[in-house]
Design a protein around this ligand. Structure first.
Ligand code: ZN
Length: 291
């Protein structure tokens, strides 16, 4: 790819840069954000996975296009990162420490990927890196920006992209990192629900709950993903503790189909998936009790 986001092999542009420049609130660097071009048969949507991730069919026009690599805004100079709506919202008192950690951020990312350049068009590596950076940088965000949720969402999307990397470059430890990120996501989603109950963090400001870009599953989506991640990736060597956590996940999931019928805010897909998950968790609890 060249600087303008041109996939030369296919001859079709996949991205462009927004006109209005962004000023980094941490280091003052000025840069333009890259966005994906949609339309004209670039993306052909397929079904969603059990984790509500949208899959795409490779299109003839563009060999590879991954919408998930673009959303996070990353300062190419100091690597401060956040979703566009939160990017300017860093707590003023935290800009000093955020700047002082510039070298650490750049070093930490180099441990995952030796060469990344956020001044060049995004690729799978910089896309995955952008989410790892966001997980770190949301510690500088005010509570009303739902930092734990944004960390969970970013860890989950990073896990998805590490899964893509694992498929593309097998045998390079990407699978191990993927599992690590799923576990992190499970933790943050669990915290998001706890904080939403205590009021410690507010999620009202969240416009798009995802988890993917194509559909907004709202708070129901958080409840579902939290329970699913706990079931699939939650760890505990203590059987009793694991059973206890699963019981709590079962209660969480029952809140989704509590009222039964599907509606606009409660699509039938999430209802069906939740019912399946409820049963799977029930079976797992029985199995643990029999141990
Ligand atoms: Zn910066």
């Amino acid at each position: 790819m060249d600087k303008e986001g041109q996939d030369k092999s296919a001859g079709v542009r996949v991205s462009y840069y927004l006109k209005n420049p962004i000023t980094c609130p941490v280091c003052g660097d000025v840069f333009k954000k890259e966005e994906m071009l949609t339309g004209r048969g670039r993306l052909i949507a397929r079904q969603t996975t059990d984790e509500l991730r949208r899959t795409y069919e490779p299109s003839k026009k563009v060999r590879e296009l991954n919408p998930l690599i673009y959303p996070v805004t990353v300062c190419p100079s100091c690597y401060y990162s956040a979703y566009p709506e939160d990017f300017p919202s860093i707590v003023k008192e935290h800009t000093g420490i955020a700047l002082s950690q510039k070298t650490k951020r750049i070093h930490d990312i180099s441990l995952f990927f030796p060469i990344v350049d956020f001044r060049r068009p995004r690729n799978l590596f910089t896309g995955a890196a952008s989410y790892i950076l966001a997980v770190g940088c949301y510690s500088f965000m005010p509570k009303d920006r739902a930092p734990s949720f944004k960390k969970g969402l970013s860890a989950l999307r990073a896990a998805w992209l590490f899964g893509d990397l694992e498929d593309k470059y097998p045998g390079q430890n990407f699978g191990k990192l993927k599992r690590l990120l799923y576990c992190k996501a499970a933790d943050f989603y669990e915290r998001t629900i706890a904080y939403s109950q205590t009021g410690e963090e507010r999620i009202e400001s969240v416009k798009h709950f995802g988890p993917d870009l194509d559909k907004n599953y709202g708070f129901q989506g958080i409840l579902f993903i939290a329970s699913l991640l706990l079931f699939k990736y939650g760890q505990s060597s203590d059987t009793e503790e694991r059973a206890h956590k699963l019981e709590s996940a079962k209660r969480t999931i029952s809140r989704i189909f509590g009222s039964g019928k599907s509606s606009k805010s409660k699509p039938s897909q999430i209802l069906d998936l939740s019912k399946d998950l409820y049963e799977m968790i029930g079976t797992e609890i029985e199995r643990l009790k029999g141990e």
